[in-house]
Design a protein around this ligand. Structure first.
Ligand code: HEM
Length: 565
């Protein structure tokens, strides 16, 4: 008995020793690698640490315009600077166009998702293209690309118009009984247009959300957008006030993201539900294919192409898990981003009714619905193009890219950068200036997409104003400094390089088709009570991606008065 007891306690002691030693080794290795990074990193200027735990990240996350914060620091410390991150870590912020282009060109190889992003995306979207790196990313991208070719999108244009006209039927019914216009939460309707479009175009599946059919995808997104009260358990209630803290700590310790917060539980459910939908859709299409119900040659839906990629003899074969994750990714990527962009466009057009009128006037001169050729041209319906571009510049759904260096690198600069003290960097041109910034392996890098898109240094003094005219005049409206920024029409909204948005053509065609139907048929204005008629304040609601909301509304609601033209 005694022997057994002592051997148990000896075993327990050994186990605790091992645990303690492992923890100590892990902590020391983290500290050593952080020290190595900090020592090898060029002595960049940057704002002082505000908090020992969060650095300045809490300040950035809580700012009403995080882009403006990065822009202010860039004006003060130069276009490449460092900011204090969580628990003594440092992040390098790139706002120099040459450095940004260099960075995006090396996405998925030299620069990869952080542990937190990987954990977040895997939980939400599965192990698909968004987390793939290097050769695996190349392989998945090659398999998916044909689904987004010009020919494919041209054929999908009818789907976007179908959705827009279904919405019109519903709205006409609502407005009919209210000739002075109907107050409509346009954001929820933009969600429905986007969801039904991606369902049909991506999987030949009609979610029928425009006709009011409920689906778990829209239910979950609505919960994230604060439009439905989430189910609350005691533990998640207790963790709710800590959501931001847990999120920030997750940048260093991704494991804390697994804590049962309301958000993490919703994410888990979202993943489970979208995977279920993906599996059902996949099964249905496979069966149709077996029964010869799908025109194999003609089927260019995303699912059709994914199923073709399943061919065991194909070099581009994707695993079943990858197929399910790609479908989830496409469903979610095609739904949130486009819906947010359409909503922002309507908000901006209400803030400046003369721009709305000018757009309507241009569209009234187009006979019938614009064709795909007209939608994709920047010059056929130039003001529509300018309004869409300006919306994407001002309101990129993804505000920043955060990555970590997988290997040591040197980032080139457009012009020499002043360092905070004399540098030991090999690329130093003088004691206080450098032509390239040494980035040690493990360094976190931030590209402030929103900050660069709206920066006065690139876009001029009126950078923060919604002014579609800057896109006209044969490009003369785009300042030379902005032309230095690589990316779709000098914007980083779709990022750049190997991870450039695959659905860019899809999104632009859908955005323009839906907006043209809305503006030709309806006028939009804010609901303004009282004598003064001051437009309401527009706030940002933190959902999966930040969404616009009108001040005072619960959740991401954007009620507008809609009248028939
Ligand atoms: C206005 C609408 C859209 C915007 C602003 C947008 C923006 C973006 C951005 C910034 C990324 C890079 C994400 C990252 O760095 O991790 C991305 C990737 C992606 N987007 Fe979009 N997107 C839009 C619409 C769409 C649509 C409609 C689809 C599909 C139907 C789509 C499919 C994808 C895919 C598959 C990727 C992953 C690409 C890769 O990892 O290689 N997007 N998008």
């Amino acid at each position: 008995m005694t022997t057994t007891g002592s051997s148990t306690s000896l075993y327990a002691l050994k186990l605790s020793d091992i645990l303690f030693l492992s923890l100590a080794v892990w902590l020391i290795s983290k500290l050593v690698s952080r020290l190595r990074q900090n020592l090898n990193l060029a002595p960049l200027k940057g704002p002082p640490r505000e908090s020992l735990i969060f650095g300045v990240l809490k300040h950035v996350n809580q700012a009403p315009d995080s882009g403006a914060v990065y822009e202010e620091w860039s004006a003060k410390y130069g276009p490449v600077y460092q900011i204090p991150g969580v628990l003594g870590s440092k992040r390098v912020v790139l706002m120099d166009p040459k450095a940004v282009a260099h960075f995006y060109a090396r996405e998925t190889t030299t620069y990869v998702q952080t542990g937190m992003s990987k954990s977040f995306i895997k939980r939400m979207f599965g192990n698909g293209i968004l987390v793939a790196e290097g050769d695996s990313h190349k392989r998945q991208r090659k398999a998916l690309t044909p689904a987004f070719s010009n020919t494919a999108i041209r054929r999908l244009t009818a789907v976007f118009y179908d959705s827009a006209y279904k919405l019109k039927t519903m709205w006409d019914g609502m407005i009919e009984s209210n000739p002075d216009g109907q107050v409509i939460d346009v954001q929820s309707w933009m969600n429905r247009v986007s969801l039904d479009s991606i369902g049909i175009a991506g999987f030949s599946h009609d979610f029928n959300s425009l006709a009011g059919e409920a689906s778990s995808v829209s239910d979950l997104f609505d919960t994230f957008a604060g439009l439905k009260p989430p189910p609350k358990t005691l533990i998640s209630k207790m963790l709710a006030p800590l959501t931001l803290i847990i999120f920030l700590l997750g940048t260093v310790f991704p494991i804390v993201l697994s804590l049962p917060t309301e958000r993490s539980k919703l994410m888990k459910k979202l993943r489970a539900d979208t995977t279920e939908i993906a599996d059902v859709l996949l099964g249905k299409t496979r069966k149709e294919k077996e029964l010869g119900l799908v025109d194999e040659k003609g089927d260019r839906s995303i699912v059709g192409l994914l199923i073709k990629a399943e061919d065991p003899n194909s070099a581009l074969r994707l695993s079943k898990e990858e197929i399910s994750a790609q479908m989830t990714t496409l469903l979610l990527a095609g739904y949130e981003t486009t819906s947010i962009s359409l909503t922002w466009a309507l908000v901006e057009l209400c803030l400046q009714p003369h721009i709305q009128a000018k757009l309507r006037e241009e569209l009234s001169r187009v006979s019938g619905d614009p064709t795909w050729d007209q939608l994709t041209s920047a010059t056929d319906i130039p003001y529509l193009d300018a309004v869409v571009q300006e919306t994407l510049r001002m309101h990129p759904p993804l505000g920043e890219t955060v990555r970590v260096a997988a290997t040591d690198d040197v980032v080139p600069l457009s012009s020499p950068l002043s360092l905070s003290s004399s540098s030991s960097s090999s690329t130093t041109t003088s004691s206080s200036q450098t032509s390239g910034v040494a980035i040690p392996k493990g360094t976190s890098i931030t590209i402030p997409i929103r900050g660069i898109n709206r920066s006065e240094a690139f876009w001029g003094e009126d950078a923060k104003s919604f002014r579609p005219e800057r896109w006209l005049e044969n490009g003369a409206g785009i300042p030379d400094a902005a032309k230095e920024v690589s990316g779709h029409r000098h914007l980083l909204t779709f990022v750049d390089g190997p991870r450039t948005c695959l659905g860019k053509g899809f999104a632009l065609a859908e955005f323009k088709a839906v907006l043209s139907v809305l503006i030709r048929n309806y006028t939009f204005e804010f609901v303004m009570d009282g004598e003064d008629k001051v437009p309401p304040k527009i706030e940002v609601h933190r959902s999966i991606l930040p969404r616009p909301k009108i001040e005072g509304q619960q959740g991401a609601r954007v009620p507008l008065r809609v009248r028939r033209v």
